[in-house]
Design a protein around this ligand. Sequence first.
Ligand SMILES: Cc1ncc(COP(=O)(O)O)c(C=O)c1O
Length: 400
Amino acid sequence: MTMTNEDIRNLGEQHVMNTYGRTDFALVRGRGTRVWDADGNEYLDMLAGIAVNVLGHCPPEVTDALCDQANTLMHTSNLYWTEPQVLLARELCQGSGLDKVFFCNSGAEANEGAIKLARKYGADHYGPERHVVVTMEKSFHGRTLATLKATGQPKFHEDFGPHAEGFRYVPLNDWEALLEAVDDAVCAVMIEPVQGEGGVFPVDRAFLQKLEALCRERDILLILDEVQCGFGRSGHLFAFQNYGVTPDVMTLAKGLGGGVPIGAFLASDRAAASLGPGKHGSTFGGNPLVCAAALAVMTRLNAPGFLESVNDKSAYFKEGLEALAAKHPVILEIRGLGLMIGVKLSVPGAGLVKEAASRGLLINCTDTDTLRFLPPLTVSPEEIDEAIAILDGLLSGLNP
Ligand SMILES: Cc1ncc(COP(=O)(O)O)c(C=O)c1O
């Protein structure tokens, strides 16, 4: 029996916890930048599973790698070395200039691990009082008890106390506030090079460079959360490579597996030395199956010309959006880096997201009034044109 959108929605409402605002339709199939729902409607996917499907849906090299690995060895636990894990670790270290990787399963877990590493580093070198992590207002770092408190948005903290201690927040790009927040109790500053959930806000180059210098001077760990903006999305393999800085610790997830759940945090040798045997772990983290997929994604990102094409498409997308902004005064600002683009409106965005879906375009809205575009990095110029045309029609409906 084939289930319809309604069948799937009804069953979901009956048995799945009601924690997400979901659409009325259910997706059943995808290929490249297109997905189809259970009633056969087609959508242009400019959200890519919230920055996960970096090579689009069902990219052949990833599905082939998964099938081969599934037929060879899927899971072993981390009591044993496996070839896909060490090969992926080498690629990530070579691509980032960092020295060691810890594999986990999600962005929140990667950040949780990075926070543990920072606290242990602070305690090892300066004593347990040095345990505070400074993060940015409007940041998003995850939903576990520590990462939701690391998230600089009070709405996520409500109802879940008592909270993990030891987090301080400063406004993004506010150097004076940062200087004031950083005292001898601070072991790390954690920051997204481009805030995603907070509304697509890139950090200022000068701010990040000064932050790096301050962290080096005071031996504070600079943790970059590249869960959303990393892995090719910014037009460089890692977003920090746009800024001429090097982190001590970097966290990844989302695009890393091209559609399968994998997270990681990377660190310099000096920082990583603080997490010795028994200090951190994950049963599933970095199993052969997900690492084989991530290796296939990484091979494609490293192919000659791939990242340049992301920059070209970013410029093309932004040009199209600028043209729309000239026509529709409801667009106030276009911002972002690479193929992580936010369009700030003078009206709330949720209704437009719903209307876009009914016209076959999948996007979402952050910060109440910012439409967010996170297409697969393989999106074509024609698909960008198509998205702009749908958006044009949508916004025309808003004009007086
Ligand atoms: C920057 C950033 N960090 C962490 C997370 C949490 O990742 P996950 O949902 O995989 O736990 C997200 C998710 O949106 C994110 O955008």
